[in-house]
Write a protein that binds this ligand. Sequence first.
Ligand code: AMP
Length: 191
Amino acid sequence: MRLIIMGPPGAGKGTQAAFIAERYGVPAISTGDIFRANVSQGTPLGLEAQRFMDAGEYVPDEVTNRMVRNRLSEDDAEAGFLLDGYPRTVAQVAELDGMIGDSGHSLDAVVVLTVDPEEIVQRLLQRALIDGRADDTEDVIRRRQEVYAEQTQPLIGVYRDRDLLVEVDGMGEVDEVTARVLKALDSISKH
Ligand code: AMP
């Protein structure tokens, strides 16, 4: 399976990605996690990405695209993957199409977690208390929601037009949401 999980920051993508990836035996690839690992190791990529992340802005497409292309060329992604946090811009969609097309495959589905915006701001403020992420201050949280609405929300229409969209209610307990996602994906993988 070649899957994408989308949704605004705080929708629970990372949590659900782990369950979905396990169910389908594919790696969950989170661009945010890869960037954070690079920041904490002080790599050149991390140094380049950090100022954008700290401001709640997107890392430039060319930097992000290169990183994803490298990651998808690793052996564990050959039979499938679940992308969490990529693509996030229309230009990234085109780039990903190229990467998948080059390998002779196609996307199977794009899961979108739908949530109530105010609820997620509260969730993120809660997460800030627990994890202390540098980009979890209230101003940055609000900026990340705006950037999502401006740059990433349009991707929902793109994938809907391709008949790849699987919209799932992301509100409620984690295991309820997981059950909804897996049920929706299982019905697709049987088609
Ligand atoms: P996340 O953990 O997915 O919320 O990502 C954290 C931060 O990493 C984002 O706010 C962006 O600064 C950066 N980032 C992650 N994925 C992307 C992407 N696909 N394009 C641009 N920036 C990204």
